[in-house]
Design a protein. Structure first.
Length: 414
């Protein structure tokens, strides 16, 4: 039997700018280990399809692209870029909008149909809203198993992408899956699962767990001389570090964080703030807002990093003077940065999280008392309360991506 696995993603195959990209890259990078855990005699081909991204784009990552090409080729598969509506100048334009999502689903499904002619069984892992509608075009293809993986949902993510058109598109995708054989939804966390049932009327038997996890052996998680040198030259060596990291977008709550940190840093001279807040997917209105806030903090009291570096988070999490990490998010799917923080940082590092359901779900099995109600005043209070205390959290049982995807694929391959 000839078996193929197709991964559709706008990020993570040739760029890595978002949490979706981190998950997708983790699956591709660990693919040999995933297949190695499945007791199967047949060779399984990996095929990765992504919107075309210009090599001269600032978002293009040759190292990530090389990993994708290598693991596809070594498995007997291939990596291909497909041109979409907006030219491939940035990863953000590849994500696009409602029109990009409709168009991309249509042209990528056409490619999948061509590929399926050469396979007895094709398993399609379709990542996020941009590829939500692919299943609609594969409805009568008996040798194709289609799994849509929403890393975000229009009803949960209250940002510029969340509108009636997006929600309508996602709901139509769910209705199609509900009435189609061999089509499913992979949920990345319990909060999204509940939302799919309550707001999108997904059938329970169509939902399968694809909980976000870590690939701890990734090239992203290693000490890097360039990063070490950057930290040595840009961070004080005699102050405790407070870190917040994630994209510079409304979702991540920097406009809540910065006013709290202004007050805290004024009263605590032995702390320094590090903001790893890449702007590749930011909009100017929000950037202007948080820059106005940052203007009120002396420049020697914080270090701002504007561009995503896939290896820098690990080096920061392992930094000797790291004292605290703050996650002031307004909403999340299933936070990779939070998983990385718990997995890699020293257990004495304090982690403060907004009290949103997604964070509480991820941390439900931990003895942790560092949730705060989502406003600047409450964040300041909890920082002040614990500044001279050690929470000493337990190491938590972090889901590993190899286990997640080997369990999924074994159900469909064997």
């Amino acid at each position: 039997m000839k078996i193929g696995i197709v991964i559709l993603a706008h990020d993570g195959l040739q760029s890595i700018c978002t949490g979706v990209g981190v998950v997708v890259n983790s699956v591709v990078e660990s693919f040999p280990k995933i297949i190695g855990k499945i007791n199967i005699r047949n060779k399984v081909n990996l095929i990765c399809l992504s919107p075309y991204l210009e090599k001269k784009s600032e978002d293009y990552d040759p190292e990530i692209t090389a990993i994708t090409k290598k693991n596809c080729t070594n498995s007997g598969g291939f990596f291909e870029q497909i041109k979409t509506l907006y030219g491939g100048k940035t990863q953000s334009s590849n994500w696009g909008n409602y029109y990009q999502w409709k168009y991309s689903s249509k042209v990528f499904s056409k490619k999948i149909k061509e590929i399926s002619k050469k396979y007895d069984k094709l398993i399609v892992l379709s990542n996020d809203t941009i590829f939500a509608s692919v299943g609609r075009y594969l409805k009568n293809k008996k040798n194709i198993i289609f799994i849509w993986i929403p890393h975000s949902l229009g009803t949960l993510f209250k940002n510029e992408d969340s509108n009636k058109k997006r929600i309508s598109l996602e709901k139509k995708a769910v209705r199609n899956i509900n009435t189609s054989d061999n089509q499913f939804i992979g949920y990345i966390g319990e909060t999204i699962k509940k939302e799919l049932i309550m707001s999108y009327s997904s059938k329970n038997d169509k939902l399968i767990p694809l909980i976000n996890g870590i690939y701890s052996e990734s090239i992203r998680y290693m000490f890097n001389k360039k990063n070490q040198s950057f930290l040595a030259n840009n961070i004080p060596k005699n102050k405790k570090l407070i870190l917040s990291f994630g994209r510079a977008v409304v979702q991540k709550g920097y406009d809540i964080l910065i006013p709290a940190m202004k007050t805290f840093l004024e009263k605590n001279q032995n702390y320094h703030l590090v903001l790893l807040m890449p702007e590749e997917t930011s909009n100017n209105e929000y950037l202007n807002q948080i820059y106005e806030q940052l203007y009120e903090i002396p420049k020697d009291r914080y270090t701002q990093i504007k561009k995503f570096d896939k290896k820098l988070p690990y080096n920061l999490l392992k930094y000797q003077l790291l004292d605290s990490i703050i996650f002031p998010s307004r909403f999340e799917g299933n936070s990779i940065t939070l998983l990385e923080s718990f997995y890699f940082s020293n257990k004495s590092v304090k982690i403060f999280c907004s009290d949103i359901p997604q964070f509480k779900e991820q941390l439900q099995n931990l003895d942790i008392t560092s949730f705060f109600e989502l406003n600047s005043n409450n964040l300041y209070k909890i920082l002040n309360r614990y500044k001279n205390k050690c929470i000493c959290r337990r190491k938590c049982n972090i889901q590993l991506i190899v286990d997640t995807y080997s369990n999924l694929l074994s159900n469909f391959i064997i």
